[in-house]
Design a protein around this ligand. Sequence first.
Ligand SMILES: [Zn+2]
Length: 117
Amino acid sequence: MRKRSICIVCKKERKGSKVEDDMYLETMRKIKGKLNVLRNNTLVVCDECLPKAEEKRRRFEGTIMTFGVLATLMFVTFIILSPSLFSLIIGIIVAVAFMLLSLLLYYPKVEKHGKER
Ligand SMILES: [Zn+2]
């Protein structure tokens, strides 16, 4: 079966720059494979949508960085102010919330040299 390349922004079958594979996409593929809903499409961003996708990715990276720093600061502050089991639990909750948030906001990266032809 021929692999179709689908633009992740306009959801149309188009040629474009490949989306970089990362941990998130890998995990999604494994889950979909288990559920038998894997469509095996190549994810791309077509030239028209490229600026939009790059902007979204930039925003995602910025947000994640900010939240990461804030979460770390919060955790460190808690540990310094009251080194207890409670602080540790708060820290774990913050870490889990942070991971969930990054999954919700996730936006894939476009490969600069990965043209799909
Ligand atoms: Zn597109």
